[in-house]
Design a protein around this ligand. Sequence first.
Ligand SMILES: Cc1cc2nc3c(=O)[nH]c(=O)nc-3n(C[C@H](O)[C@H](O)[C@H](O)COP(=O)(O)OP(=O)(O)OC[C@H]3O[C@@H](n4cnc5c(N)ncnc54)[C@H](O)[C@@H]3O)c2cc1C
Length: 455
Amino acid sequence: MNSRFTGRLHLPGEDGYEQARIGRVFNARRPGRRPAAVLEAVCEQDVVEGVRLAAERGWQVAVRSGGHSWAAWSVRDEALLIDLAGLHELSYDPETEIVTATPSVKGGDELNPYLGRFGRFFNGGHCPSVGIGGFLLQGGQGWNARGWGWAAENITAIDVVTADGELVRADADTNSDLFWAARGAGPGFFGIVTRFHLRTRPLPKHLAHTVHAYPLDLFDEVMTWLHGIHHTVSDLVEIVAVTQTPPGEREAVLLVTGVSMTDTPEQAAQALAPLHANPYADRALFRIEAQPTTLAEQLHNQRTANPEGHRYLVDNAWLTGTAQDVVPAMRKAFTDHPTPQTFTIWFSMAPLRELPDMAFSMQSEIYSATYVVYGDESKDAEYRAWLDEAMADLQPVTAGQYLGDSDFTNRQLRFMGDEQWARLRAIRAERDPKGLFAGYLTADEPPTNTNHWER
Ligand SMILES: Cc1cc2nc3c(=O)[nH]c(=O)nc-3n(C[C@H](O)[C@H](O)[C@H](O)COP(=O)(O)OP(=O)(O)OC[C@H]3O[C@@H](n4cnc5c(N)ncnc54)[C@H](O)[C@@H]3O)c2cc1C
């Protein structure tokens, strides 16, 4: 079978199979699921041949781009896993300001340093090593998603290998059903994207940040204040509140942060000023206000918070409601962490921007996600129970979930609008009638796009 490919096909039992199965999975809490084979594709024709081989053998197809799915969606029992690490290309056209990138390209480590040479930027994932493949398909909450929108909104076209084993271009006019679905279906997408064509934006000339650190006993007061003002802050500021234990410290703190993406220090000071007007500022443990920063520094902070080689349990919720309802519901997730490396984020999306017509269609003004970070395998069940309790507290103020931090084998929430969900299933039935592509990974029942407590 290997003669069919320029890349390499690994079968179970062969040297290299185990490494190919899970070696590139970011989360050290790795699944036991066993693909029928793993294809390390190095060109588009390999992907085409891989899809055709799977169809001949009666295997399903799973895909890996950057390997950063927390739940290791790429590793599926009895499927052909097509790993795209070896298909690695980038090119920029200064005329159109469009960058073309293969899905295994890493947004922060590779795409932005490349675009920086042309004075351009793409709002890729916060952690620099996230692959653009899985990230863009599920919407992509990139830098300043609040002001610049979802990264998938900047896809102008994709090249896709379909269930028929054909390589096609999809954009707003051609194969527009695939183009619509690719922007939000996430792991439910029924094709393999081999190239993204992405609209870029000018590289901001001046990055600045504000960080206020508060003791956790001010959590309710500070978060109630932030809840009331975040929608008034300039859309050039990414606003994140996070509770975490700073390196070398023993106590977790609440950090209220703003990163402004402007062109001058004056614009930055003005954009960040509302965050300095916090009435509890004089009780902050420390304050950095509108100081220059760099993307490299911000990416370094992300990498430090998300260390490689650790076990992760992750869950999330789109929150909605008044501060009186939302803030108390968040307390457990934010103030009672089971390990020192655990962190919980509150990410402003306010004021909500209208979304274009695409599969991605679930958001609210506040996104919250908890990342339980640890090393001891024997703690899996204990920490899972903690995370489930923290998410249960959030249920009364939860509208749904973002695919990027979800694990449907643990719990299922609503992740797109009803209309979009119906349309996605209809397109899938037409494009992949035999269910060649593995789709959403669940424990037993297929996804229903409803919050589990509302069924
Ligand atoms: C440390 C860390 C930080 C993160 N930060 C962010 C963030 O800031 N914002 C955010 O939105 N998300 C973030 N995420 C979540 C991340 O975007 C998702 O897990 C995403 O799926 C990762 O993409 P990937 O290609 O690296 O993953 P993979 O595990 O390779 O892919 C995940 C799944 O996406 C589908 N897929 C991937 N590539 C293709 C393709 N070419 N064609 C068809 N289907 C494909 C497949 O179903 C695949 O199994 C983060 C994750 C980690 C681990």
